[in-house]
Design a protein around this ligand. Structure first.
Ligand code: SF4
Ligand code: MSK
Length: 653
């Protein structure tokens, strides 16, 4: 077979993935890795310089190559910075809409469950339900749990369409941040209103001021981060349990040859929670046995995987770029998908094997796939139907089995509440020990490293290089999404990973018994990072806003519009946020400078782009040190450990 362009390049740092890429080439199965080599991105589109917002375009306005040449504008006169800002804002709108629509689905099901209209779901975290009641100023002391759940459900559903006023979780942010949002007209109303207004403004001939567009984009992103996505996390925790540290396994090696293998892939845990239950049903096991299988093996992929791993210890088969590869193991009987990050290519791959791709959301169907619709009024039966379809498909296997013998153990499930508890204990749960260790210099700062894998980069590699460099420099890492899974595959989500840390961070991790990289959940759970950052501010000693903290955020290999939305709500919440791989505005220097420089003055947080993970780590650490200096705690790091000679000298005094 002819060599492909990408064949000489290292494409992944994951052993299981490499093995399957080799197999795909041998068998002539196309994968995202080879498509990335043969299809290059359009350079004008990649830098945000192409406008197709009306029928007079598309208009391309790349930077002038010759000095003195007038800057290009679109037919309507739109400048490069306006076009760049509109394209950026459209990504924020789509990403915020996706996350928050997930949140709305959860809120609607929560309300039905609270009313007792859905069998199978219940209240697992009453404490958190009470907390939400308090957020909504309800008289929780005089309400029965059922009444409280119904009221909270109604109020949460109402948040999505809130036309006026402020979203309720805005008041969870530090007071100084709330004031800044009010001053800049950034306080979010409901996501429906903010996204509609943002898309109105990006329409041909409406908002032509890049700064004004960026502010509304922030309002929409905040409506997600402190609204839709936060509601999703909170209600999922109430219904399915707030995650606590749990061990589990990750990588393609979790698939088992003699069992019926089912992967749940996507984002919403509503159905996957029920599939977990259905897979334990004796009736299903008897059916599997009847078909000659040795049981049922459920695994996850992408963020659904994070959800069911954290709450049930269900293994993860892989992250975003492994979805085609899981089918190629030859033992995957059903790939069950819902929404977001599902590559259309999996259907084509499944045609070369026996895997049944099963779509479940009315919002996300695929040509050629089987559709078993998730019926929210009867989730148990939908789940059973799906598991049954997988079992029936077991006998259609084509005999080829290629399961890489690769899997790693990891510890996951560090919700904000768990971190609080681990640090302070049951009776004095608090972030004080964390703050004290930051002030004392054992922990240099905090980094949130989140987001996707991108086939334009070496798979998993940039995340791992960045994170290893951060922990080596005593920066504790909070992670979610596919980055969290990359860390798991590399064996970094275990307490023993403290051996890769600087001495200060290692000391803290060993004392508390936590890994230096804390898995906080799915990409919708980035709201947990906002809450954790706010808790650090409220604990005291590290300033009075998120922007004062010695902290930084990164998505080193982002790819989805959701990542841009998340990045924008972090920046608008005061965080220095770096993206790698590519950045969608670089075609306009003026607009990019605004995002990368001027915003810091206005919002306290700003964007940056750095494709080299070591340079990215340096920028994050420099920022952390800058904040330490501003807080007057930079000296604390210059702690000298006394050796015996120094002790003797002291004794002699
Ligand atoms: Fe071109 Fe203006 Fe139409 Fe965009 S809105 S496609 S820049 S004419
Ligand atoms: S799944 S959005 S590739 S993190 Fe949440 Fe992974 Fe990014 Fe999808």
């Amino acid at each position: 077979m002819a060599k492909k362009a990408s064949e000489d390049k290292i494409l992944t740092s994951c052993g299981g993935t490499q093995q399957m890429i080799d197999l795909a080439r041998k068998e002539g199965i196309p994968t995202v890795f080879d498509r990335a080599a043969t299809m290059k991105p359009c350079p004008i589109g990649a830098e945000g310089s192409c406008c197709k917002n009306c029928g007079m375009g598309p208009c391309r306005v790349p930077p002038s190559k010759k000095e003195g040449e007038p800057a290009k504008v679109g037919l309507c006169g739109a400048t490069a910075e306006t076009i760049s800002a509109r394209n950026f804002a459209l990504m924020v709108a789509a990403g915020s809409a996706a996350h928050s629509d997930h949140g709305r689905g959860v809120a609607e099901v929560f309300l039905l469950a609270a009313k007792g209209e859905i069998p199978g779901y219940g209240i697992k975290d009453e404490q958190k339900l009470i907390q939400l009641g308090l957020d909504f100023d309800l008289d929780v002391e005089n309400m029965e749990m059922k009444e409280l759940a119904i009221k909270v459900g109604e109020l949460c559903v109402g948040q999505f369409g809130k036309q006026e006023g402020e979203l309720v979780f805005v008041k969870r942010a530090p007071l100084k941040r709330q004031e800044l949002w009010r001053k800049n007209n950034m306080v979010p109303r409901g996501i429906d209103r903010e996204v509609v207004e943002l898309m109105h403004r990006t329409h041909m001939g409406v908002d032509q001021d890049y700064k004004n567009i960026t502010t509304q984009a922030a309002r929409a992103a905040l409506a997600d981060g402190w609204g839709g996505a936060m509601i999703a996390t909170e209600l999922q925790d109430i219904m399915f349990g707030t995650p606590v540290p749990t061990t589990g396994y990750i990588n393609l090696g979790v698939l088992e040859k003699d069992k019926v293998n089912i992967i749940v892939h996507g984002h919403e845990p509503l159905l996957s929670e029920m599939i977990v239950v259905a897979c334990q049903d004796p009736e299903m096991h008897a059916l599997a046995k009847e078909k000659g299988a040795d049981g049922i093996n459920l695994a996850g992929m992408c963020c659904t995987a994070n959800e069911i791993l954290m709450r049930h210890g269900i293994p993860i088969a892989g992250n975003f770029l492994q979805q085609e590869l899981a089918i190629m193991t030859g033992v995957l009987d059903a790939m069950v998908v819902d929404v977001q990050c599902i590559m259309q290519a999996i259907q084509k791959t499944s045609e070369s094997y026996h895997t049944e791709v099963i779509t479940t959301s009315p919002k996300a169907k695929m040509e050629g796939a089987k559709h078993i619709q998730f019926e929210e009024h009867d989730p148990v039966n939908t789940a059973k139907q799906i598991v049954k379809a997988a079992i029936e498909n077991y006998t259609n296997r084509k005999g080829k089995v290629n399961i890489p013998k690769v899997k790693e153990e990891m510890v996951v499930g560090f919700s904000h509440e768990t971190i609080n508890y681990l640090l302070g204990g049951t009776f004095r749960a608090s972030y004080k020990p964390l703050n004290d260790n930051i002030i004392g210099g054992r922990i240099r700062g905090i980094a949130g490293v989140v987001g996707c894998n991108n086939a334009r980069d070496v798979d998993d590699e940039v995340h791992l290089t960045l994170i290893r460099e951060l922990i080596k420099n005593d920066v504790i890492v909070l992670t979610t999404g596919c980055v969290a899974m990359a860390c798991g595959k590399a064996g970094l989500l275990v307490p023993e990973a403290s051996k890769y840390c600087g001495t200060g961070l290692a000391e803290v991790c060993e004392t508390v018994g936590i890994p230096p990289i804390l898995h906080m959940g799915a990409c919708v759970d980035n709201s947990r990072i906002l809450i954790a950052a706010t808790a650090v501010v409220k604990e005291g000693g590290l300033g009075d806003d998120i922007s004062d903290l010695p902290a930084a955020g990164a998505a080193p290999a982002w790819m989805s519009e959701k990542a841009i939305a998340i990045g924008h709500y972090f920046v608008a919440s005061g965080v220095y946020t770096l993206f790698g791989t590519t950045f969608p505005t670089t075609g306009s220097k003026k607009y990019t400078d605004y995002l990368f420089k001027d915003l810091e003055e206005e919002w306290g947080g700003k964007w940056d782009f750095e494709p080299d993970p070591l340079k990215m780590a340096k920028k994050m650490i420099d920022h952390i040190d800058k904040k330490r200096k501003a807080l007057g705690i930079d000296k604390a790091r210059e702690r000298v450990l006394m050796d015996m000679e120094m002790r003797r000298e002291l004794d002699a005094v």
